[in-house]
Design a protein around this ligand. Structure first.
Ligand code: PMP
Length: 443
């Protein structure tokens, strides 16, 4: 055969030119930018303390690490090979057993549960499986940022409805429960074009845990307009102050139209393992399986085995003080309180979260610290977060990143901190804040 080099010798010069046809598929238009890529890089370059991206810097529980080690070095060498495409059998079985308890209904592990590469892929499967060109999908703002590009890539149109913050109570700290939907506004977003609503409770970035009454309102509208509910519940165990997480799939009329999404990353503090799942009726999950088998097909077997063992342990200890699902929120609640104190002391008004490992704080008092940017349409919180990491070494995420383009400037006085961190990390953050406070108050 002639070499590739030799063969170009015979090409007419015009045929050797670079490709000129459009490369990017049209469905990617407008989805190129990603807030995490930008802020993770800034944090890596400048931060001394990183409370930006949401992941714990403390170790996962020993029982889970040991389960992974056993999966890798034990006798069953088949754990190094492919397993069932829609979920490793021990994992779908234990998830079905667990969710039977939580949802109060019988579940078939093979048809009512599907394992995914993190909750992220579960979301992707939902949008690809259900959203048609021209369909509308209601997204409650602020929202986990990938919902919007994923809806658009599927050909759908996102329709946004904001949680509105109640007026501050004099001198008292606010709670994430003070972010509320206006029922009339929410109802006005439903139409015969609406295919689905995305619900995220407990909510990232606010830490809001939707009350039963709020969920009943959403459920009522879903049933009335025959709409699907994609329920992202990755923070289901991270709920504080004795509050209860209600699963919308357990409400009347909702099982049949809801896909519930979970994540081992959040459940067991192992975000790097990327094991997630979906739970729902077969008539919905069958379409998720189609997307899954034609894209990712399969998730890492050993990680699934370890997560299965983690759930087996948790099922035995369910509701007891030794359960990780009891211990983790307890520890996080203390970290939350520590962080609230640190922020309150420097005048960044924290809004106390009822769940998740995030809290947002009001930075409107800090406007004089950040240089003006005349002519820029970048929201204040984004400029603030960049300034803070560069000048103070503290990384956080602007809340406006969790709003659609048109609404970013309506909510630009808040930044989000992740408090799933070692006490030493939180103390280092407190030291930065205290020093900053001294600098601001000294004449
Ligand atoms: N949904 C929400 C609300 C999240 O916060 C995250 C992770 N930050 C995900 C989904 C993705 O989870 P995973 O890491 O399991 O893909």
């Amino acid at each position: 055969l002639p070499s590739a080099k030799a063969s170009t010798h015979f090409l007419h010069p015009s045929l050797q030119a670079k490709m000129s046809r459009p490369l990017q598929a049209r469905r990617l238009e407008g989805t190129e930018k990603n807030i995490w890529v930008e802020f993770v890089k800034l944090a890596a370059t400048y931060s001394k303390v990183n409370l930006g991206q949401g992941f714990p810097d403390f170790p996962p529980p020993d029982f889970l690490k040991e389960a992974f080690v056993r999966a890798l070095s034990g006798e069953n060498h088949m754990l190094h090979q492919y397993t069932r495409a829609f979920g490793h059998p021990p994992l779908v079985k234990i998830l079905a057993q667990f969710f039977e308890k939580l949802l109060g209904r019988d579940l078939d592990p093979m048809t009512n549960v599907m394992v995914t590469v993190g909750a992220y892929q579960a979301l992707f499967c939902c949008f690809q499986a259900f959203v048609e060109e021209g369909d509308e999908v209601i997204i409650i703002e602020p929202f986990f940022d990938c919902y919007e590009p994923m809806v658009k890539m599927a050909g759908g149109t996102p329709v946004f409805v904001p949680l509105r913050l109640k007026d501050p109570k004099d001198g008292k700290l606010m709670s994430s429960a003070d972010w509320q939907l206006d029922p009339t506004e929410l109802a006005s977003k439903f139409s015969d074009r609406t295919k689905a609503i995305v619900l995220n409770s407990p909510n990232n970035p606010l830490g809001k845990v939707f009350s039963r009454a709020e969920l009943e309102l959403i459920a009522h509208l879903c049933v009335k307009h025959d709409v699907l509910c994609i329920s992202d519940e990755v923070y289901e165990w991270l709920v504080f102050d004795g509050k209860e997480h209600t699963r919308i799939a357990s409400l009347q009329g909702m099982w049949d139209r809801t896909v519930t999404i979970g994540s081992a990353g959040k459940t067991f503090s192992v975000t790097g393992w990327k094991v997630g799942w979906t739970v729902g009726p077969n008539r919905l999950l069958q379409h998720l399986r189609t997307v899954h088998q034609n894209s990712v097909y399969h998730c890492a077997t050993a990680a699934q085995e370890a997560v299965a063992q983690g759930f087996q342990r948790e099922l035995q200890l369910y509701g007891t003080p030794d359960s990780y699902f009891i211990q983790l929120p307890k520890e996080l609640q203390q970290k939350r309180d520590q962080m609230v104190q640190s922020l309150d002391a420097v005048g960044m008004k924290p809004i106390i979260p009822e769940g998740t490992y995030f809290l947002v704080a009001d930075i409107s008092e800090f406007k004089s610290d950040v240089p003006d940017a005349p002519g820029s349409d970048e929201p204040y919180d984004s400029r603030f977060a960049k300034w803070m990491v560069k000048n103070k070494g503290l990384a956080a995420i602007p809340l406006s990143a969790f709003y659609c383009g048109a609404h970013k400037n309506n909510y630009s006085n808040f930044i989000r901190f992740c408090f799933a961190k070692e006490d030493s990390t939180l103390k280092a953050a407190n030291d930065i804040l205290q020093k900053w406070k001294r600098e601001r108050t000294s004449p």
